[in-house]
Design a protein around this ligand. Structure first.
Ligand SMILES: *Cc1c(COP(=O)(O)O)cnc(C)c1O
Length: 403
């Protein structure tokens, strides 16, 4: 079977809820992947930052095999010997007292919403069913009906209503608007420290710090969605650290198990997650020993291979290099760590065609919203690989000067 055969099969039988580039990947190693024809590409998306450790990291593959032969799932009807250790290690790494494990990022956000509402009723004294959560314009927190209830993206919502009430939207980056939106019934403020899906949008400096102060002053929980920005992607362990903010609830996912398994988590002080009682919330695959063993090793790799430091250093290196690109199509180049976006001007005709051209040159990038090319390679990437990538990016922009 060749590329076209796979694409035809997928398009015939698979629902078309994505618009993938027409490349069929069969194998990966580190920052590189190979398609079914044997062509090699540099992965500049890292599965939306889930593969921060690179593809098939040898230490993770070993755990996948070893734990795979021991025990994969027992459910939380019983206990297992991996979850307690992951819970401890994760709390020690992040400085939180408690953690609730889920599978996808979306589920972890749902859990954070439940936790914030529960806290509002039991601790803050909000009347039953009256709690409100404030979210931001252009947010991305997942795809369930409740989460898209507070999306501002028409495409994510159309034909999916009716929606869940209890959410209020304020403009992202506007601390005064947040303060004005707070009411006695406000339970939480849910925010991404940088909005990756919205097109690598970074709020004005001081915004997160100010928002946290406003939340504290008003007895409102500050909930950070660090599913994509967390665990080193932006050059800090968590992006909130750029403003020395410690969220009341921290949500992580994506690369928690190094892209080898889906696991997400909600972290908080005991007074919040401690409110959950048996049978009130759960998931069959939550805290399964395979995911936990992988996450434990992924966290060790993160520390021992200095992925956070590498992200900061090489992210900065690549950002500065990209800023030397000369092109009539580029509006702005922005980012922190290895989460970088090239924003194109409206007249450039969208980022998609640039991504198509980059693919031809051996770089797998994905347009983010319409006009941003995102560069988010695995955090293990080396300077040489980035130099190689830069040459290719440069070539594509040189060529594009003509049209
Ligand atoms: C990816 C992502 C999610 C959703 O995670 P899934 O694992 O796809 O459910 C939520 N918030 C942010 C910021 C994300 O990047």
């Amino acid at each position: 079977m060749d590329t076209k055969d796979f694409i035809d099969l997928e398009d015939l039988y698979g629902a078309h809820n994505y618009l993938p580039l027409d490349v069929v990947i069969a194998r990966g190693k580190g920052v590189w992947v190979w398609d079914v024809e044997g062509k090699k590409y540099l992965d500049c998306l890292s599965a939306y930052s889930a593969v921060n450790h690179g593809h098939c990291h040898p230490r993770l593959v070993k755990v996948l095999k070893d734990q795979g032969e021991k025990l994969t799932l027992i459910s939380r009807a019983f206990r297992n010997d991996q979850w307690p250790l992951l819970a401890k290690e994760l709390c020690e790494l992040t400085g939180y007292e408690m953690v609730l494990p889920m599978n996808s990022g979306t589920e972890a956000i749902e859990t954070a919403i439940k936790a914030a509402r529960k806290w509002a009723y039991q601790k803050k004294g909000v009347p039953q069913d009256q709690a409100e959560i404030i979210a931001c314009s252009n947010n991305f927190h997942g795809r369930t009906v409740t989460i898209i209830s507070f999306s501002t993206e028409t495409l994510y919502r159309k034909d999916f209503g009716p929606f869940t009430p209890g959410f209020v939207i304020v403009p992202y980056g506007d601390a005064e608007a947040l303060e004005a939106a707070i009411k006695p019934n406000t339970a939480a403020f849910l925010v991404e420290p940088f909005q990756a899906e919205a097109g690598i949008i970074m709020p004005p400096e001081g915004y997160l710090k100010k928002a946290k102060e406003i939340c504290e002053r008003n007895n409102v929980l500050f909930v950070a969605d660090e599913i994509q920005t967390g665990l080193g992607r932006t050059g800090k362990l968590f992006a909130c650290e750029y403003e020395e903010v410690k969220p009341d609830i921290l949500v992580i996912g994506k690369s928690l198990a190094g892209g080898c398994y889906a696991i997400s988590a909600v972290l908080s002080p005991r007074e919040i997650l401690g409110l959950f009682k048996p049978r009130e919330h759960g998931t069959t695959f939550g805290a399964n020993p395979l995911a936990c063993a992988l996450a434990r090793e992924a966290l060790r790799v993160l520390t021992e291979e200095k992925l956070v430091e590498n992200s900061a250093e090489l992210g900065n290196y690549f950002l500065e290099k990209l800023k030397t690109l000369k092109s009539k199509h580029i509006k702005e180049i922005k980012g922190k760590g290895l989460l970088i976006g090239i924003e194109l001007k409206q007249e450039a005709g969208g980022a998609r065609r640039f991504c198509e051209d980059l693919k031809e040159e051996g770089l797998l990038c994905k347009e983010t919203h319409e006009h941003v090319i995102r560069f988010a390679p695995p955090l293990i990437i080396k300077r040489d690989d980035l130099d190689w990538a830069f040459e290719k990016v440069n070539q594509v922009f040189q060529k594009a000067e003509k049209y």
